[in-house]
Design a protein around this ligand. Structure first.
Ligand code: SAH
Ligand code: SF4
Length: 363
């Protein structure tokens, strides 16, 4: 049965449901091998870097799962200066990272919007447009997305967190800042503006079913998504969802293992189903297993997002507990991660942007 499904070119929802339920080690090995073959055929065996700059932990939202939610008063808030960000961008360019990702808490104040405008203009000039720029700055107004696109940003990552409106409501406060429909609409706006569009979900959320996860993969196709950034849900102790998860025994080693395996299965299934998209092996994988990101690459992912945020800010940008690489600097991360990629027989796409083959600029 398994071999038969893995030989199919087009998987049905029932096939996906069958595959996401696989448990035995030998079955999982077959699944990951099949996904790795599809990856090799469609996107190759190069891992591309997106140097991750965590610019600011100010956030107007209060997502129940996230460590930098506005309601967490333990967090010391920061925003990098323009020079600090540009310094990190220059470091990325010098070290032949083909792309950078600017990420932050969600903000729509004028100071922040203008800072991004300014940064994009500068990055465009310094690098002559060579460096790939991904924005991961949450929900914004359509005119803001449009201006950023015109200023040179060409990818945008906005995770849906879940494609189920009901589950979305359970993990967010019920107010106008946390509106499932608006977030989904943002994805369509971004697509219409010609961005390479990325989305993703958290995997292993309390109350999330296997069918929810399969529906997430189908949602990626329905939305014509070019890039996927998804990873396990990881508990943060100072959050409502995290506290509840701990109380319910959902943060035991067994449960963490389950979330890791589920995340690897999601990567493999997404690769089998969508074939030519970019899929990230996210840092959250490594929070659950020190070899998490390598396992992600072997299950079908082809993108890595090494953190290049300066050391002084890393501890203040804690979305979840056990964030790895807290005491490293960008140089150490570069060295360690390239070694990890080589150890599994792959190559880093140094100096290359590594755009999603799924993306067609004319669309
Ligand atoms: N504020 C922006 C971008 C920064 S947050 C936004 O929310 O879109 C980036 C991602 O971190 C979120 O999309 C979410 O999927 C992830 N994240 C937050 N808390 C997490 C947790 N506890 N476990 C795993 N991922 C988490
Ligand atoms: Fe803010 Fe993003 Fe965290 Fe939600 S997930 S609280 S929007 S940083």
């Amino acid at each position: 049965m398994l071999n038969q499904i893995l030989r199919k070119d087009e998987l049905s929802k029932d096939d996906l449901l069958y595959l996401i339920g696989l448990e035995s080690e030998s079955d999982l090995e077959l699944l990951f091998k099949a996904a790795y073959e599809v990856k090799t055929r469609w996107v190759g065996r190069k891992a591309y870097y997106r140097g991750l700059i965590e610019m600011s932990n100010l956030c107007l939202k209060n997502c129940f799962y996230c460590g930098i939610r506005s309601g967490n008063h333990q967090v010391k808030r920061f925003t990098m200066s323009r020079e600090e960000v540009l310094g990190l961008v220059a470091w990325a360019e010098r070290n032949q990272y083909g792309s950078v990702t600017l990420q932050s808490g969600e903000r729509n104040d004028l100071d922040f919007i203008e800072l991004i405008d300014d940064l994009l203009s500068e990055i465009g000039q310094i690098e002559g447009g060579r460096l790939g720029v991904t924005l991961c700055l949450g929900e914004q107004r359509p005119e803001t997305y449009k201006r950023w696109r015109e200023l040179g940003a060409h990818r945008y990552l906005l995770r849906m967190e879940t494609s189920s409106p009901e589950l979305y409501r359970r993990i967010h406060p019920a107010d106008r800042h946390h509106d499932f429909d608006y977030r989904r609409q943002c994805l369509s706006v971004l697509k219409g503006l010609g961005y390479q569009v990325g989305t993703g979900v958290m995997i292993g959320l309390p109350g999330q079913t296997l069918e929810n996860l399969v529906d997430d993969i189908i949602f990626y196709r329905q939305m014509d998504i070019d890039m996927i950034g998804m990873g396990p849900y990881v508990v943060h102790q100072d959050t409502p969802l995290g506290r509840q998860a701990v109380a319910d025994g959902l943060d035991s080693p067994d449960q963490r293992r389950r979330r890791l395996d589920l995340s690897l299965k999601m990567i493999a299934l997404t690769r089998l189903y969508l074939k030519n998209v970019n899929i990230a092996a996210t840092t959250a994988l490594q929070a659950l297993d020190h070899l998490g990101r390598e396992k992600g690459l072997l299950a079908g992912a082809n993108i890595l997002m090494p953190i290049i945020t300066s050391r002084e800010y890393r501890r203040q940008y804690m979305l979840y507990d056990d964030k790895p690489c807290l005491d490293d600097n960008a140089d150490q991360c570069r060295h360690c991660l390239s070694g990890r990629v080589q150890a599994i027989g792959e190559e880093v796409g140094f100096g290359l942007r590594g755009d999603s083959p799924h993306y067609s600029p004319a669309a």
